[in-house]
Design a protein around this ligand. Structure first.
Ligand code: ZN
Length: 97
């Protein structure tokens, strides 16, 4: 079962990079979880975020490429920047290549 986020609760903010962008969607997903491994398992089971469930349905691989220790407030801050690509080590590596 998913652990409900509590304001100020510590956990991990994670950045997911999709191998291929989904048409009409971004190529990244930022989320927060108390247990990232368990959350990734849920995502792969098409539970949780619709965008990732859609990716699974399309056979698009994705993985967590970056993590930050922090709470929901950090997740919100990073999401609001709307610059996930700049935070993504995979995209940055490709841009430099
Ligand atoms: Zn990326």
């Amino acid at each position: 079962m998913l652990i409900k986020a509590v304001e100020g609760m510590e956990g991990t903010v994670y950045l997911i990079h999709l191998e291929t962008p989904i048409a009409g969607h971004a190529q990244h997903y930022i989320g927060w979880a108390a247990n990232v491994e368990a959350r990734l398992y849920y995502h792969r089971k098409k539970k949780g975020a619709k965008m990732l469930a859609h990716a699974v349905g399309l056979g698009i691989a994705f993985s967590i490429v970056r993590e930050w220790a922090g709470g929901k407030d950090l997740e919100r801050k990073l999401k609001n920047r709307k610059k996930a690509r700049l935070l993504c080590p995979v995209c940055r590596r490709n841009a430099e290549a």
